[in-house]
Design a protein around this ligand. Sequence first.
Ligand code: TMP
Ligand code: ASP
Length: 244
Amino acid sequence: MSSTVAKQAELYSGKAKTVFTTDDDGLLILHFRNDTSAFDGEKLDQLDRKGKVNNQFNAFIMGKLEEAGISTHFERLLSEDESLVRRLDMIPVECVVRNIATGSMCKRLGVEDGIDLNPPTFEFFLKNDAMHDPMINEYHIETFGWATREEVAEMKEITFKVNEILSKLFADASLLLIDFKLEFGRHADGLLLGDEFTPDGCRLWDADTRERMDKDRFRRGLGGVVEAYEEVARRLGVDLVTAA
Ligand code: TMP
Ligand code: ASP
C-alpha cells in the first residue's frame, strides 16, 4: 500500500459522513462532518467540532478493537476530520447489542427504561431511512439476500465480542455501554467491521449519575452534545486534536 493517497471523487454522502474514492481502488476516505441527525434525518443540526471529535474517537476505538483481535476496515487517520479505510461491500443491516433497556426497545416492547438486560440482547435492523430502519430477523436477511446465514452468524459473534471488549474499556472510564450499532462489509480478507464507532451510534451513561453522554443529548434536546463526547474521549485517554 502506498503511504500517501490522493483524494478523488465524492462517492457517497450520508447523514454525518462523506465518502471519497482515492487513487487506490481498495481505499476510501471518510470525512466526518459536523452534521448531526436523528429520527432518520427528521432532526438535523450542525455541531461545532463534532466531525473532528468523532473522527479521532473512532480511530481510537477501531485501534482498541484491532488490538483485541477484531478485523476492521480502519487504516489510519489522515487529518483531524478524515480517515483512510478499506473499501468494503457493505451489508445493509445494522447489528445492535443492548446491555440496558432504553430507546426503541422500550417503546416496542413496553419494558422499563434502565433495567439490566441479562444476558445482553441482540437485534437486527434494515439500513433504510425511508422505511425508518425496521427491525428484521435472520430469516428476512437470508430470504432477501442481504447476507448469508454464515455472515449472519459471524456478525452476531463479532458484535457480542465487541460488546465484551468495549463494555470493559468504557467501564474503566466510569461509563456504562448501554447499547450500540455496528455495520459490517465484505472484503477479500473476509467480513470486516465497517462504518464507525462513536457516541453518535451508541449509548453511554455516566456510571455513577447515569447522565447521558451520547447522541441522546441531541435527540432529547439536552444540549452539551459535543461537550459530552469530549468528556467521554478525555476519560478514555483519546488525544484529541481539534484546532480550527
Ligand atoms: P434504538 O434504541 O434507537 O433502536 O438504538 C439502539 C442503538 O443503536 C443506539 O445506540 C443507537 C444505535 N443506532 C444507530 O446508531 N443508528 C440507527 O439507525 C439505529 C436504528 C440505531
Ligand atoms: N442515525 C439515525 C438518524 O440520524 C437514527 C438516530 O440516530 O436517531 O436519523
